[in-house]
Design a binder for this molecule. Structure first.
Ligand code: NAP
Length: 523
């Protein structure tokens, strides 16, 4: 059923060179061979996207929303075929992938509702005042799509952050055509999802350049895509080195473009003393469960726990030590990722002051074994190596002298996707002092939870200061993600007949700021 071809604006195209997917657990090659997209495939996909942009960018919002819903239905209809292929390619379990499919289609449908709501256009009208000195012009503003977006599929979410993931859904919602560079770890999964989107494009009567999917295994493909003059923005989730490389490619273009890269984060978790004293064992069990979930292959994995030395911390560490040996080894996404994990953990263990807490069960070479270290705050501060993301089921417990040392460590950390406080009411006063530091460091602040779950909602922020993301002013999850792919345009004194429909007097269809006051316009 898989063709192994690239999808370029409605055409399934083969190529001279090919690669195969690998079964993540066994290392066996999986059928079929996949064509490596060439530079001319990139150019053709981008040219078609630029052409299609003229139609898609100004499509009626209802039609854009209907397209997103149709794409969701078609992905949903792939059912078990999609799950089975994704399981083989990623090593992730069935329940997780079924859940991820639900999240992916739910995300597309949420963006369809968002498109229809229209508030994202940020409509503003400042009426003219000819009596003012100098006379005030009539000014009207809306946000328009940036243009074709290059999306890099992520390895760790073969569905929700890949071909039809958050970047694609938000780019389509903004009215941007999309050229996806699929992750080479799951080309079959990518083709199935890409085929569903392509069908939705066709059945919606849209120009086929609205969507293309390119596969390949070398960096030149991604580089060519980012450097194509017709690409207007980039969405990426992956390694820090990958994100930085794409930012550099963008900066070296004749016309630089925004790169929204989600990269590394170690997601500090603070155990406030009174809450910790209440339940050190329960917290330790939840911690081990969280750090090892999905073989720790989440950008929101709790990579560092900050705690104040004392009896409760000793009990927390003892319980983590007791819980770790029953954590089963789990297949990691790719050989490259499991090799990088082993290397990262070995480097971490060799740092001055790193003391092993415990390890999980050993598995095959494709697996990641859970591993936890502890270190004093003073040793932690002497070596930046402790701050490096080790992508997998590992974490460090940093023992601090007191809460002011916790604050000092937090202040010294790089930008993070999340920061968590475990606290009870008697901790609130001290926690309030940490909040301003956490706000400066992280995109999302949690209380009494573990950071791995990321809900797709309107208020979610999955972003944060560098290096969590390349641009901390945005999010890659939730409806605010649409904002990344929009640009404001102001129309001054334009004749009514030339104004965009949404900005015409009396025909407003969504929340509009009129002369400074927000109004829900009558339909
Ligand atoms: P990756 O190496 O960053 O690759 C992601 C995508 O970016 C791939 O399509 C890759 O192309 C492309 N890419 C990477 N470097 C590039 C460059 N210099 N120029 C052009 N394109 C480039 O991520 P990965 O393969 O998923 O995993 C590798 C490591 O990334 C992991 O071990 C982990 O440390 C980190 N990671 C972090 C997160 C997170 O959420 N924080 C998620 C996933 C991975 P190719 O296909 O040609 O390789």
């Amino acid at each position: 059923m898989l063709t192994g071809k690239n999808h370029i604006a409605g055409e399934w195209r083969g190529g001279d060179r090919s690669f195969t997917a690998v079964d993540a657990a066994s290392g066996d090659k999986l059928e079929p061979h996949f064509a490596e997209a060439s530079k001319s495939d990139v150019a053709d996909a981008c040219a078609a996207a630029a052409e299609a942009q003229k139609v898609f960018g100004s499509l009626a919002l209802g039609k854009r929303a209907a397209f997103l819903r149709l794409a969701a239905d078609k992905i949903d209809a792939l059912g078990d075929t999609l799950t089975q292929r994704a399981m083989a390619e990623s090593g992730l379990p069935e329940a997780r992938l079924n859940g991820e499919r639900g999240r992916t289609v739910g995300q597309l449908r949420l963006f369809a509702d968002e498109v229809e709501n229209g508030a994202w256009q940020g409509l503003r009208i400042d009426h003219a005042n000819p009596d003012r000195t100098p006379p005030k012009p009539d000014l009207r503003m809306r946000k328009i799509p940036l243009g074709p977006v290059a999306v890099f599929g992520a390895s760790n979410f073969p569905l929700a952050f890949s071909v039809a993931g958050g970047d694609t859904a938000s780019a389509f919602a903004a009215g941007c055509c999309v050229v996806v560079k699929g992750h080479p770890a799951h080309p079959g999964t990518s083709e199935l999802v890409g085929g569903a989107i392509a069908e939705a494009v066709k059945e919606s009567g849209l120009p086929e350049g609205v969507f293309s999917l390119l596969s390949g295994t070398d960096f030149e493909l991604g580089e060519a895509l980012v450097k194509d003059a017709r690409i207007a923005a980039v969405g990426f989730t992956g390694s820090r080195s990958g994100g930085l490389a794409l930012m550099e490619h963008s900066a070296n273009r004749e016309v630089p473009i925004p790169v929204f890269a989600e990269m590394s984060s170690i997601n500090p978790v603070v155990l406030m003393p009174n809450r910790l004293a209440e339940a050190p064992e329960a917290l330790a069990e939840a911690y081990v469960g969280s750090l090892s979930m999905g073989a720790g292959q989440f950008c929101t994995n709790p990579g560092i726990v900050l705690t104040v030395e004392g009896e409760a911390t000793d009990r927390f560490i003892a319980k983590a030590r007791e819980a770790l040996p029953s954590v089963a080894a789990q297949t990691m996404l790719t050989k490259g990722i499991s090799d990088a994990y082993r290397k990262g953990i070995s480097t971490l263990g060799s740092l001055d002051g790193a003391e092993p807490v415990g390890v999980g069960q050993e598995g095959s070479s494709a697996c990641g074994r859970a591993e936890v270290y502890t270190v004093s705050a003073s040793a932690f501060r002497k070596d930046n190596g402790f701050e490096e993301e080790v992508f997998g089921p590992s974490s460090i417990i940093v023992r601090c002298r007191d809460l002011s040392e916790v604050a000092e460590i937090l202040e010294s950390l790089e930008g993070q996707l999340t920061a968590t406080l475990h606290l009870n009411e008697t901790d609130h006063q001290e926690a309030a002092k940490l909040l301003p530091v956490l706000e400066q460091r992280a995109g999302r602040i949690l209380a009494n939870a573990w950071p791995t779950g990321v809900d797709v909602t309107h208020a979610m922020v999955h972003g944060g200061p560098f290096p969590a993301t390349s641009d901390g002013r945005s999010t890659s999850v939730g409806t605010l993600a649409i904002d990344r792919f929009l640009r404001p345009v102001c129309y001054q004194d334009l004749p009514e007949s030339l104004l965009p429909e949404a900005l015409k007097e009396g025909s407003l269809g969504s929340l509009t700021r009129v002369d400074g006051t927000y109004q829900l316009a009558e339909k």
